[in-house]
Design a protein around this ligand. Structure first.
Ligand SMILES: Nc1ncnc2c1ncn2[C@@H]1O[C@H](COP(=O)(O)OP(=O)(O)OP(=O)(O)O)[C@@H](O)[C@H]1O
Ligand SMILES: [Mg+2]
Length: 255
């Protein structure tokens, strides 16, 4: 049965999509059967794996509301399937409000049916803690939280943890943080090592991954190409860091 991972942080531009896509591809490169879900109206994850055209059918909104599952198969790597975000994804939040009692569990039910076919499901969210995020984490309860290194890094995480506590109490105690990933580390030491130590000491021991993702122009360039850095520049430091994260994610599933 697939491990189900949501990449989330309500702060924008912290590396969620980059992480979701590189993780999904790196897992698939290791022969794992991976399903990538794009739950963000910006559709960046879809675009990052080369699904550029605006789509309306067979997208994550149909998966949430109708349980309709027709992924793009073998995207970039043979074992990577992708359900892209629809051009109508922006309406999903409102439609979820219309089905408030049942809606947050709809994705979970849809994934229960297909999870047997995958080793990993990786969901990418936009910068929100709304109903779409609730729907995502009930479907994919292992949370991977990219945290942009900076002076406010640990502050934003407090909001996220409060939200998570509410989700656990009101909906499902299984939803939990699988790991926190420091991103946008700077070689020129504007984010000195003590910021990283502060982040590490703000969370339970071992919760922050050993892997740190450094700022790298090559990541921006690969997004524009529609192919993630683990494929375009496998020998780069950025790719090595995402491969190292991938190994840590795999290791955290072995008990
Ligand atoms: N380590 C990095 N170094 C340099 N640029 C990066 C890095 N990680 C991500 N980026 C770039 O920063 C921008 C934001 O990254 P990304 O889209 O992954 O963030 P996000 O958290 O998904 O944003 P949003 O909240 O809008 O969904 C993108 O242009 C991406 O290519
Ligand atoms: Mg994103």
């Amino acid at each position: 049965m697939a491990r189900r991972i949501t990449v989330l942080n309500q702060k924008g531009g912290v590396g969620k999509t980059t992480t979701a896509v590189n993780l999904a591809v790196a897992l698939a490169q290791r022969g794992q059967r991976v399903l990538l879900l794009d739950l963000d109206a910006q559709r960046n994850a879809s675009q990052s794996v080369g699904i550029i055209e605006p789509l309306t059918d067979n997208c994550t909104d149909a998966l949430i509301f109708q349980g309709h599952f027709a992924p793009h198969k073998g995207v970039l790597v043979p074992t990577l399937d992708v359900v892209p975000a629809s051009v109508k994804q922006g309406l999903v939040e409102m439609q979820l409000i219309g089905h408030i009692a049942a809606a947050p569990r709809k994705l979970r039910r849809a994934l229960d049916v297909v999870a047997v076919n995958y080793d990993y499901v990786v969901a990418d969210l936009g910068p929100t803690l709304g109903l779409t995020a609730l729907t995502a984490v009930l479907g994919c309860p292992e949370l991977l939280v990219p945290l942009e290194l900076g002076h406010e890094a640990a502050v934003g995480a407090v909001t996220l943890q409060q939200w998570l506590n509410d989700v656990r109490i009101d909906h499902d105690p299984d939803v939990h943080i699988m790991g926190i990933l420091p991103t946008f580390a700077d070689d020129v030491a504007t984010t000195p090592r003590d910021v990283l130590s502060l982040v590490r000491s703000s969370f339970a021991p071992g919760l922050v991954f050993n892997t740190v993702i450094h700022s790298a122009e090559i990541i921006k360039a690969s997004f524009k190409k529609g192919t993630p850095v683990v494929l375009t520049d496998p020998r780069s430091r950025a790719a090595a860091e995402y491969q190292s994260l991938t190994q840590e994610v795999i290791d955290r599933g072995i008990h």
